[in-house]
Design a protein around this ligand. Sequence first.
Ligand SMILES: [Zn+2]
Length: 500
Amino acid sequence: MPFHVLTGAFVHESNTFKKGETTLQDFRDDVLDLGQAAIDRFGDVNEELAGFVDAGRAGGWRITHTVSAHATPGARVSREAFDHVAGLICDGARAHRDSLDGILLALHGSMVPSFCEDGEGELLDRLRAIVGPDLPIAVTLDLHAMATPRMVELAQIFVSYKTYPHIDMRDTGLHAGKLLHAAMQGVSRPVTWRAHRPMLDEANAGRTDVPQSAALYARARAHEFEPGILAVSVNAGFAEADILDAGPTVLVTHDAARPGADARARAIAEALADTIWDQRGSVANDFLTPAAAAAIARGFDAGAGPLVIADYADNPGAGAYGDATALLAALLDAGATGGAFAPMIDPEAAGILHRHRVGDRVTLDLGGKRDPAFGGAPLRLTGTVQHLSDGTYTGDGPILGGITHSFGPTAVFRVAGIDILVVTLSGQMLDLQQVRTFGIDPARLSFLVVKSMQHFRAAFEPVAGKVIVCDTGALATPQAHLRPYVRVRRPVWPLDRAGF
Ligand SMILES: [Zn+2]
């Protein structure tokens, strides 16, 4: 009999400082695909599900896929959305309880529902109530997971991404699938050890393109070749979620049946966590003010490619609103022209622009509407409509290659020589097609603002003349003390610097 494996994906990174809730409609707007429809969409692209399918093919499994649910990082997940998606996965487990050999889940690790702090732990708890304590459960996590003690108790196998920008989703899914296969065969008895340090997140948020963090991930990979060590995951944490167990963790999944593996796993986890702690004050990014970034943009020689400016603090991928105006205002003040700004997430403005035609001159209030205290107030701007679209694009880069998403009604609004991509639905800049599709060609720009912390580098760094990073004071600002933390265990770095 082939192994019968239940699979599912429920992915959300929740910024607890963001107003409102992430609703079921937010999942529908991004990804909420059932069963075969999800496999058809994600079964052969750079996604965990593709890795699950790869593992299943190699192992001859029968796969029952429940649901793939993703929403753009945002506010806490509503109870309705959580119960709906968790319910689909649990219904699958209940229906097939008697024939299941294992469960394989793609989760984020930093999902915070409105009614509890640990979305992944809650889901695993509900599953254990159905399938009992012993069925092998393998979980993939984002590199920015906050792995809680409860999660680690409730599943045997954890494998996180090892790249940021994240480009190893399929490999991560395959790795977890292989470990699940060995556990189902009874070849290994996997258990996970967790080490944690009292920090909001790792100093460089896990970016694997700077030597200090890259060395951590290289060590993790090397340890995976040791006998009995099955997976070593270095989770940077997510500083925008204020929960008791916030912070970076190291997870070492090992074969408890192998003599000595327990002690070795513990030693590896603690040593890597010590390194994260020792490097806590060492930040690779040089965060510029909006005025300083605008001054560089104004005089930039784009002969080797545009100046790419990351609006780090307003990264929609960290749950920021994506409508901060501070950097756009500075660029306009400085008289920087010939550039683009992508995106400005402002459904109201996109709606107004869609009531016009290409070429029309329009005056409107842009951005700054959700919480002007973080990143600036609305700007009253006059410009021309350059492009109108339904917002659909298909990626062709390392992160989104072959995957279709939509920004919803989208317009390019040109103000004083700057093309502003005004969109309806939230999304981080990950792929060149997120601008090219709407008539913005990076090769012709003097500068390009991207709302992203780090992921943009995978596709945009190769075409950039230079990359700079700006802190606009928006919701995902690196200045953590600007966010009102109340839940995280204190003292914690860097809020309580003096305490360490
Ligand atoms: Zn991440």
